[in-house]
Design a protein. Structure first.
Length: 240
């Protein structure tokens, strides 16, 4: 039976027998956050986000889906250190299988483990939820727009190619620890899971936006009749 506990109470989630997805702590991620977010990006990426790399291989990113991209990326990623997400599971032998009568999948003979599209979707959706990430859904409207987006992204990547990694989680930790709404110090924050931390961050953002909105309403600088998104009228985050 699927685990129905809140992710606030969990440090891992069973995906399949022999495959568990860990929910790491902030401290664990800060040991090498660049590596962590590289793994997260590789496991949740959509073809839109890899348009340049796919174009370099002669692949039209609008013609493949998320799972096809995952099958291209994950075997190489699985040969790296994936313990922060998959614990001691050794997935380094993953290979693609294309059965004559069935859907393609990735298979690990060491673990007798098959990752098909259903399993992939569960992994990707869970990683997004744990890290408060949204799936990239943009698509170009036509061929001209597709080529324009690829050229634009290629130029952006070239500009940023030699820039050092910009810490992301570290900046959020510093920002939240110094907010009066956040009740944890650095040591306590490090013990939170990334899900607990991300939920706290989203809650504080919602509360700040709510307070600013109400201040505007009371001072007359915001006309409520022109506010289309009514979710800003609650200090409780909308369901994600």
């Amino acid at each position: 039976m699927e685990n129905r506990k809140s992710l606030l109470k969990l440090s891992s989630v069973d995906i399949l027998p022999g495959l568990t997805l860990r929910i790491p702590t902030v401290d664990e991620i800060l040991e090498d956050e660049q590596h962590y977010y590289h793994l997260v990006s590789s496991l949740t990426a959509t073809p839109y986000q890899y348009m340049v790399q796919l174009d370099d291989y002669g692949i039209d990113f609008t013609q493949i889906d998320d799972f096809e991209l995952f099958m291209m990326l994950f075997p190489a990623v699985a040969r790296e250190d994936t313990r922060i997400l998959f614990g001691d599971a050794d997935l380094s032998d993953l290979i693609r299988r294309n059965p004559e009568n069935g859907a393609p999948s990735l298979y690990s003979s060491k673990n007798d483990l098959t990752i098909d599209e259903l399993v992939y979707n569960r992994i990707a959706d869970l990683i997004r939820k744990v890290n408060c990430l949204k799936r990239e859904t943009r698509k170009p409207g036509n061929e001209e727009a597709r080529k324009f987006r690829i050229d634009l992204e290629r130029k952006r990547q070239r500009r940023n190619a030699h820039k050092p990694y910009e810490p992301y989680l570290e900046k959020l930790v510093v920002a939240l620890v110094n907010r009066p709404e956040f009740k944890y110090n650095y040591e306590q924050t490090g013990q939170l899971t990334i899900y607990q931390f991300s939920q706290s961050f989203e809650q504080i953002k919602t509360s700040i936006n709510f307070d600013n909105m109400m201040t505007g309403v009371y001072t007359g600088t915001i006309d409520m009749s022109k506010v289309k998104d009514r979710s800003c009228l609650s200090w409780v985050p909308a369901s994600r």
